[in-house]
Each structure stands twice: as C-alpha cells, then as structure tokens.
Design a protein around this ligand. Structure first.
Ligand SMILES: Cc1ncc(COP(=O)(O)O)c(C=O)c1O
Length: 476
C-alpha cells in the first residue's frame, strides 16, 4: 500500500511519528496514560461505528442506551438533564441560543465570545447588545467582565430574553458568574453559558465551580477539550428552569442525522473516567501545573497567569490547569521554537503569549519536558522585549442587525475611506480577540484609527476577507 495516494492519512501518520508532546486539544492527549476505557474504544473502533440498528438507540429520540448514558452524564455533570452532542460545542451553542429565542428577540452577549455565538445571532435574527470584556494589561488578553458594566447593560436592555457568557475564557479566566446569574435572574433573563473550556470543573473542588452548580439555565461543554473525549464530543447541560422543547428541536436541526456512535461512546467513556477517577487525576494535574509554575517563576524571561491575578481586571477565578505564559520573545516566536526545537505543541499563541491546555491525559514527563525547554530557551534566546501597552478599544454603534447586514447587497470600498458606512464584515484583531466591528455596525473614525494602529503592530486581523484591511465590504 502506498501512502502517497492518501495525503491526509500520510500527514497524520507523520505527526504521530514526530512524537510531539501535546499541550493542545483533544484532552485525551493521544491516550498517553492508557486509559482502559479509551483502549476499549480503540480496539473496537470499526465494530462500534454503527447506525441506528435494533438493540442500539437513536440520538435524536433516545430511549435506550443513549438515554441511559445521558442520564449518567447528567448526574456526573450536576445538571437536571444532559444531552450528547456529536457536532462540537458549536452545535450546542446554536441549539441553546436558538432554542430559547424567537426571531427579533434581544440577547446580551459578551463581545469577545466565540464566533458560534455571533453566528447563532445571525441565524436567529436576534437583536444583540454587547457587554465589553475587561483586558488584562501586559498579557493583553480579554479575561473577564466587570460586573457593574454587565448590570448596566442588563438595566439598559430590560427586554432582553437571555444573557450569553463565556466561562472560562480560552485563557482559563472566569468572571463572577454567580453574581451575573443572580442579577440576570432578578431581571427575568435566562443565562446561557459557553463552558466549552470547563468540562472538568465539576470534578475537583480546587477548580472554579461549574456553570450548572452556580445556577446557569443552560451550558455547553466540549468534553474533547479538557476531558479525554474524541474531537467534537460535547455536552449540553440543562437546569430544570428551561422548557427544553425548542432546544431539543434545534439539536435535531443542527446535528447530523447520522450521529457517530464512536463519539457517543467516547462521551460515555470520558464521563466514566472523570466520575470514577477525575478527582485524583485532576489533583495530579494541578500538582504538575503548580510544580511547573514554581519552576518557571524565577527565570525572569516569562510571566505565568496564576492565582496572584485573581481580582485584577475583574478576574473572579482562574482555572489553574491551563497555562498562559507571556514571553519576552513573543508568543508566536516561542510557539515556533517549542515545536521546531523541542517537539512541544502549544494550543494557541498570540503576539504576547502562549496558551497550553492541561488535561487529565497529561503525564508528569510532559511538564518536565516543557520546563526544561523553557529554561533552555531563556538561556539561549536572551533578547528583546516586545511587550507594549494595550490599545483602548473604540466604541461601536449598531445600524442593522447582523442578519440584515449579511443579506443586504454589499460593495467593496477602501477601508480608510469607509467612515460613516455600515460594515458587512467583522474585524477582530487577535489578540485580544474582541471584534472592533461586527456586520451591521457603523465604521467610525475611531475604528479606522484603531485598526491602523493594530496593523502597525502586525497583529493579525480575523474575520475580514482582505486580512490587510486595505478594503472592506460595506452594506449598499
Ligand atoms: C470559547 C469557545 N466556545 C466554543 C467553541 C466551539 O467548540 P467546538 O470546537 O467544540 O465546536 C470553542 C472552540 O474552540 C471555544 O474556544
């Protein structure tokens, strides 16, 4: 057999051959810890890959083994009802938002949310009001919400149906979700939580509390990110306060009619690992990340997000299983050196930081390797400091809903000459990942100036077709 005819298979085998140390998703980390549950799935991969035959079940109307597995998940994840998702948290976010709203409803959204939330607003023709996140200076990362600011937005939008919160952020930082939930419920608003990065929270008291424990109405978790499930395997959790008819309808709409049994099996297995040994495994993981933080502290070349940042930029809590490391070399350069010279792959890097995802699949050796590499790099790459002050976000003003903007005819104009026109595109500089403009918003002088400065700093612009932002599509 020649691999040349299967470029994708060949590429994946090459990555396996490299024996890279993964600090990225999925959380099983290629099953380096040989979890028995995952080995059973691996050994029976083809036998388990099935359709809805007699004796099995149907994800869209679960009555048998899927329902039983979901009930167990609901107990483990402390929800009233949990649903398996085979199309990632993305499908769960679409389902929870569109399942509790009607076209024209208003929802309040954290401005730096994942694109699936913006896309749900577009599909559902929702009116949006935004809550701006706080940015942690130095790291230049959007990390939390100022509770007073959130309350002000709620008070100015008493007619909002729901509030959508990201908890935790990609960086592991958490807002004061309990307080936000209390304030939103007082005003009759539902709280929907994008908990994609917090699937491990229910299993250790040293971690932030899960959204369900804090009283959220619905939450969505990527079990493939921080627990040992296969990519896309996710969970939608519901409290008993929500009428689930709409949410169930949307899950049927947004998910495949051929849901993968292998992914569902991995959800069941991952739940079992977390429920039976999660606490002990997470204690190991927290011990490893603590050991790592201690080791890197005195090198001088790095700064690591740790407990000391609680209270700064309104950070209420921090998930210490994640490592966010600010480097004098800059995040991108450090990311490249780690992969090229040390065989270590991080989850994400931006201009300033690298972000690493820890999970119960990690081994102690991975952290030793990482620390040794960073010690080595700090010795051999003494150098420049690229850290600069962060820029102030310009304010925004909405002229049309995102959906109206998307479906209106559009034309391409020079960005520098676009003042006063309505954008048909998003511009989201990363870092800090907060959109400077969204479709339907007016392009102001301040936004043009901000984008010019961002470009001068070589910060990548996401969302816009012409990533150099020479041109932009505007609504006719
Ligand atoms: C904050 C956040 N929410 C939602 C998602 C979507 O999750 P999934 O990849 O499981 O669809 C992501 C993906 O990275 C994310 O970072």
């Amino acid at each position: 057999m020649t691999l040349e005819n299967m470029p994708l298979v060949e590429g994946l085998l090459k990555y396996i051959d490299e024996k890279v140390t993964p600090f990225h998703m999925p959380g099983h980390k290629h099953n380096g810890r040989s979890f028995e549950e995952l080995e059973i799935i691996r050994e029976n991969l083809y036998g388990m890959d099935n359709t809805e035959v007699e004796g099995l079940d149907n994800l869209h109307i679960p009555e048998g083994i899927i329902l039983e597995a979901e009930m167990r998940a609901s107990r483990a994840f402390k929800s009233h009802r949990s649903f398996f998702l085979v199309n990632g948290s993305t499908s769960g976010i679409y389902s929870m938002i569109l399942g509790v709203t009607r076209p024209g409803d208003k929802i309040l959204v954290q401005r730096n949310c994942h694109r699936s939330i913006h896309m749900a607003c577009l599909m559902g023709d929702l009116k949006t009001s935004y809550i701006n996140p706080t940015v942690l200076d130095g790291f230049n990362a959007a990390v939390s919400l100022n509770i007073n600011n959130a309350i002000e937005v709620m008070d100015n939008n008493r007619d909002a149906r729901a509030l959508v919160i990201t908890y935790p952020t990609y960086y592991g930082t958490c807002s004061n979700l309990k307080k936000i939930i209390g304030e939103a419920h007082k005003r009759g608003m539902l709280v929907l939580v994008d908990e994609a990065h917090g699937a491990h929270f229910p299993f250790h008291e040293g971690l932030p509390k899960s959204a369900m424990e804090l009283g959220a109405d619905l939450s969505v978790m990527s079990l493939h990110k921080s627990t040992p499930a296969l990519t896309q395997a996710s969970l939608l959790n519901a409290s008993d306060r929500v009428n689930l008819e709409g949410v169930k309808f949307m899950m049927r709409l947004f998910q495949s009619t051929s849901p993968s049994y292998v992914l569902m099996a991995s959800l069941d297995a991952s739940r079992n690992i977390m429920e039976t040994r999660g606490k002990e495994l997470l204690s190991d993981l927290l011990e490893n990340t603590k050991w790592f933080r201690e080791g890197i502290k005195n090198l001088g070349a790095y700064e690591v997000l740790d407990e000391g940042f609680k209270g700064k930029a309104h950070i209420e809590d921090i998930d210490l299983t994640k490592l966010v490391i600010k480097s004098q070399l800059g995040g991108r350069e450090l990311d490249m050196i780690l992969r090229r010279d040390y065989g270590i792959q991080v989850e994400m890097s931006d201009l300033y930081n690298i972000a690493l995802i820890g999970s119960v699949g990690d081994t102690r050796e991975s952290y030793e390797k990482l620390l040794n590499a960073l010690v080595d790099i700090s010795r051999s790459h003494r150098g420049y400091n690229i850290i600069e002050e962060s820029l102030k976000m310009p304010s925004f003003s909405q002229a049309l809903s995102m959906r109206e903007a998307y479906y209106r005819p559009r034309r391409r104009v020079k960005f520098l000459e676009a003042e006063g026109l309505v954008s048909s595109e998003m511009i989201a500089p990363y870092p800090p990942g907060i959109p400077a403009i969204l479709p339907g918003e007016v392009i102001t002088y301040d936004i043009i100036e901000y984008t010019k400065k961002i470009k001068e700093k070589n910060i990548p612009l996401n969302g816009i077709e012409d990533s150099s932002a020479e041109y932009i599509y505007v609504v006719e």
